[in-house]
Design a protein around this ligand. Structure first.
Ligand code: GLN
Length: 537
């Protein structure tokens, strides 16, 4: 078995420079040359995973097929590489410590003092190398969360130092920094980069390549200065210019020859030029839309783009597939009520009600769904969005007064959405929802079947509540079709309305599986329906 090569991506100066996008873009370029690539992320917080954090803290929690609740950067890795990630692609300080402490209790280190070096760092290195040792990959890219110099990330950076030493020419470090432009002085400044690299050097790592995030192109003089102060060749100073779209970044980095330099440093052949034809085709459709529509995104965290990251990206993929520019209008669920709904949703060609937890904003969501149902506006409800659609139908069509989900009103007379049987005994919060990929069987002849073009699908879940099967008959008899069902447990996974141009709710999260190469069919067809609605077809 050939041993794989390792690329570590560290960051300095500030967070939010786009380390995840840089890593995903480089992964894309290497994959496009025919290399088998995996990307993993190391997160420096003490939580075992981000599943227990709220979106203000962490943005979206991305769920993998194997049911891991992970960092949203894994979503970028999947969207760029079009390959699924798993629990092995995201490791947190909490998980590392948890493993080491469990081993200590078992007596695995009997007689020894358990320490950060070597026990914690050994565990980190074991996780990093386990992906490589699977034999499935040529190159492993590892993104180190946080910034160099943070107390939190010290054990990760130390592990990278040790691995670089052990793996010699099979491992490199790419350091992402910021080169700010000072408007008043009209100058690009290299000092933050110099300091960041000095911090990295103090921790024993000489970066092999420096990627500089910048709003202005880097002149030769600036590149020379960074090369001189940071001990890298001038060709290894790479500019990462602010881009219109994250999907431009692979091409921008290609222009800078980042992939060629990486391959050279890792002593890998660069015989094939990257095949980016389909990527460029996607960008062509994204940037040359022939129509334009507005879609309402109704949720609790709409002001936070990261909270619905995968939904926004799935919209981007679906917009491109329909050659349509989408204006995704964020609408705060709490601002909506039955009086103002017509005014606030005016001009929208489609309405998506987002996933979520808890009762805040529920009434606003239900008002929006009623409006979409009655006015024939394309509607797409995801997870809580589907549960609200069921509740709305129960209240306003089936006249079940105060029908609700028991998550919202545990005492409701009509618990149309209820806690799943398997959840009733669960008390711990971390990693205990119905998580990951489950099969769903779609009923023949439904809109859902036409959209997928097949009747057996797998989609990812993250929830505790479900449609209450006690009400199956009354819903079906009155026009709500249960179009997708989990074959093992009879759980309703998809609903649709018979007499409506496009009204679909799904208990799963289709947004998590939409990629540049495989835009999700539900999103693509939702946008198509919205376009038809806008044209009055
Ligand atoms: N709160 C709901 C449940 O747990 C929906 C979850 C979600 O939208 N992800 O079932």
């Amino acid at each position: 078995m050939k041993s794989p090569k390792y690329i570590f991506v560290t960051g300095g100066v500030t967070s939010s420079l786009g380390k995840g996008i840089l890593t995903a873009s480089l992964g894309k370029l290497l994959q496009a040359r025919g290399y088998k690539v995996a990307i993993q992320k190391l997160d420096p917080y003490i939580n075992i995973d981000p599943g227990t954090m709220n979106p203000y803290e962490h943005g979206e929690c991305y769920v993998t097929d194997d049911g891991a609740e992970t960092d949203l950067d894994l979503g970028h890795y999947e969207r760029f590489l079009n390959t699924p990630t798993s629990r092995a692609n995201n490791i947190t300080t909490g998980r590392i410590y948890n493993t080491v402490i469990s081993k200590e209790r078992k007596g695995d280190y009997l007689g020894k003092t358990v320490q950060i070096i070597p026990h914690i760092t050994d565990e980190i290195k074991r996780y990093i190398k386990s992906l490589g040792e699977s034999g499935n990959y040529d190159i492993i890219l590892t993104e180190i969360g946080g910034c160099v110099g943070d107390i939190e990330s010290l054990p990760f950076v130390e592990s990278v130092r040790q691995l670089k030493w052990e793996l010699a020419s099979s491992a490199i470090d790419i350091h992402l920094t910021l080169v700010p432009y000072l408007e008043k002085a009209q100058e690009l400044k290299t000092k933050p980069t110099q300091h960041s690299v000095k911090t990295l050097l103090e921790q024993g790592i000489q970066p092999d390549i420096i990627v500089c995030r910048t709003e202005k192109s880097l002149p030769l003089e600036i590149r020379k200065k960074i090369a001189l102060f940071c001990n890298v060749h001038i060709n290894s100073v790479i500019e990462s210019l602010d881009a219109d779209s994250i999907y431009d970044v692979p091409l921008l980095l290609r222009k800078e020859q980042l992939d060629t330099i990486v391959l050279k440093k890792l002593r890998l052949k660069s015989v094939n030029e990257p095949d980016l034809d389909s990527w460029k085709e996607f960008l062509g459709r994204l940037k040359n839309p022939t129509s334009e529509i507005s879609i309402g995104l109704i949720g609790k965290y709409v002001e936070l783009k990261d909270a619905y990251k995968s939904i926004h990206e799935a919209f981007t993929h679906a917009g491109a597939a329909n050659e349509t520019k989408l204006h995704v209008i964020p609408i705060h669920a709490e601002s909506l009520n039955s009086e103002n709904v017509g005014e606030l949703l005016n001009g929208l060609s489609g309405i998506l009600v987002a996933p979520g937890f808890g009762s805040r904003g529920i009434d606003g969501k239900i008002s929006a769904i009623r409006y979409a149902r009655e006015k024939g506006i394309p509607f797409f409800g995801i997870c809580l969005g589907m549960q609200c659609a069921v509740t709305e139908f129960a209240r306003n069509v089936l006249k079940m007064k105060n029908a609700s989900s028991t998550e919202i009103n545990p005492k409701t007379r009509f618990p149309v959405i209820d806690l799943m049987e398997e959840q009733k005994k669960v008390t711990a919060k971390g990693g205990t929802m119905r998580l990951g990929s489950y099969p769903c069987e779609i009923k023949k002849g439904t809109r859902a079947a036409a959209i997928y073009g097949k009747t057996k699908i797998n989609e990812r879940h993250r929830h505790r509540y479900e449609f209450n099967n006690k009400y199956l008959d009354v819903f079906s008899k009155n026009g709500m079709i249960m179009s997708g069902v989990n074959p093992d447990m009879d759980l309703v996974e998809m609903i649709e309305l018979k007499d409506h141009p496009w009204f679909i709710g799904v208990q799963f999260h289709p947004e998590l599986k939409s990629t540049v190469h495989n835009p999700h069919p539900l999103f693509v067809k939702f946008i198509k329906a919205a376009l038809e609605f806008a044209k009055g077809v």
